[in-house]
Design a protein around this ligand. Structure first.
Ligand SMILES: [Zn+2]
Length: 76
């Protein structure tokens, strides 16, 4: 079964999200990260820095790039 994150899930109901990015962001402590594989987009992980800013780790051709995101952007 394919797993989709809340940014690209075809479902609008959060009950159906396999990877709930907002929920993950809330439970991460500052300075910690969590990785996952989304089959619908290039999101590969989520990271919260020491001051609580949230970043998504995105798969690029040969690298992983951290992109700062707002909490509201984690929900589709
Ligand atoms: Zn996704």
């Amino acid at each position: 079964m394919s797993e989709y994150c809340s940014q690209c899930s075809p479902f609008k109901d959060e009950q159906d999200w396999d990877i709930d990015l907002a929920k993950m962001a809330l439970r991460l402590d500052n300075g910690r990260s969590e990785s996952f594989i989304c089959e619908g987009c290039n999101n590969r992980g989520i990271y919260k820095d020491e001051v609580g800013k949230i970043y998504l780790a995105k798969q690029k051709t040969n690298t992983i790039e951290l992109v700062e995101v707002k909490f509201e952007d984690l929900i589709n």
